[in-house]
Design a binder for this molecule. Structure first.
Ligand code: ADP
Ligand code: DP6
Length: 330
């Protein structure tokens, strides 16, 4: 129910970004944003978004402020419309959000951004959604956001239902259970030229590899679930590199080609190979962007960060442990 004029409804939430070990790329329903393949990710403590949503009577349109600058509200409005439809709140909203890392650069700002928005907007509208409903709501904003609802290791199911109600994420392992560490090597602070939504649409339409990508996704998920159940870090790392390189092969075979790497990304891949050859168990993964994320165990994080920091073109490294799920802030 809507509030009387002048009476704001507000809530603030924090969500962490995540990095997929088994990647999502492609949709089986674009309108409902249902993924064509399942995915498994790590929630990253070091990368986060804080978002305040205020439904305000009398506003003519939704406002989206990102790090203090007015930004395009189209995608946020889409999610807010879903919340308005199910809550009966009619007012437009002011969304004020901060990412503590570069936006739209391949560090999954859409994941933490839409997870935080889903939690804050539903609370501000007075909805009490359970974890599954929140994950589905976040997925409507961005597929990877469904996973950022949860901490640790998380799986997002593609599901089979036309309404997408069986396409939600669930935690696989809580963050304390296995001390995995991710070293993020940032090679470019600017925004990528093709965002993930447009990129994956192009791959589905034009790449001859796309059907194989969808067909083989289930095997990758099953192998990763087993590696996690066995706490087999080497197997987890090998599968993550395989899913990453298979995704980038699919991207490169898209027309026009999606080549998200720069020279520093390639150099960082070779630095990971060299570290591994020297006996350090470390593996890489890369999303739709030029940043490399190295997967390692905590005792090697300093060495890995030092080595990646010395790669020409790497501008910054950040070490992240596994983070917790999205939460409301006081
Ligand atoms: P990334 O690699 O950072 O996820 P994408 O191109 O997939 O890049 O997504 C970037 C888009 O996500 C932005 O253009 C914006 O629409 C949305 N986004 C980023 N940060 C936020 C935020 N804090 N709140 C809501 N939406 C956000
Ligand atoms: C390469 O979740 O950003 O990071 O659902 O269209 O918003 P939309 O796409 P998005 O794509 C993420 C792609 C990826 C792989 C992954 O996170 O699984």
């Amino acid at each position: 129910m809507d509030q009387p004029l002048g009476n704001d409804r507000t809530a603030t939430a924090r969500a962490h970004s995540n990095i997929a070990l088994i990647k999502y790329w492609g949709k089986r329903d674009a309108a409902l944003n249902i993924p064509a393949v399942g995915s498994i990710s790590l929630t990253l403590d070091a990368l986060s978004t804080d978002t305040r949503v205020t439904f305000r009577s009398g506003l003519e349109q939704d406002e989206f402020w990102l790090v203090g600058t007015r930004a395009d509200a189209t995608r946020a409005s889409h999610l807010l419309d879903i919340v308005r439809d199910s809550s009966g709140v009619g007012s437009r909203a002011v969304v004020e959000s901060t990412n503590n890392f570069p936006t739209a650069a391949g560090l999954a700002s859409s994941a933490s951004g839409f997870a935080a928005l889903a939690v804050a907007a539903s609370a501000a509208a007075g909805l009490s959604l359970d974890d599954r409903e929140l994950s589905i709501l976040a997925r409507r904003g961005s597929g990877s956001a469904a996973r950022s609802l949860f901490g640790g290791i998380v799986e997002l199911y593609a599901g089979t239902r036309d309404d997408g109600l069986d396409s939600f994420a669930e935690p696989v392992l809580p963050p304390e259970t296995w001390p995995l560490t991710v070293v993020v090597a940032i090679t470019e602070l600017g925004q990528k030229s093709v965002n993930s939504t447009a990129g994956m649409g192009g791959s589905a339409l034009t790449s001859p590899f796309y059907p194989a990508w969808v067909d083989t996704g289930k095997d990758d998920l099953a192998a990763m679930r087993l590696a996690i159940a066995n706490r087999d870090f080497e197997q987890l790392g090998e599968l993550a590199e395989y899913s990453c390189l298979k995704l980038h092969g699919l991207m490169m075979s898209t027309r026009p080609a999606l080549l998200y790497w720069n020279a520093a990304t390639m150099a960082a891949i070779h630095a990971v190979y060299e570290l591994r050859a020297s006996g350090i168990p470390v593996y890489f993964t890369i999303d739709a962007g030029p940043q490399l994320k190295a997967l390692c165990l905590p005792e090697h994080a300093g060495t890995v960060a030092d080595a990646l920091g010395q790669v020409a073109g790497v501008q910054e490294t950040r070490i992240s442990t596994l983070g917790h799920g999205a939460q409301l802030l006081p």
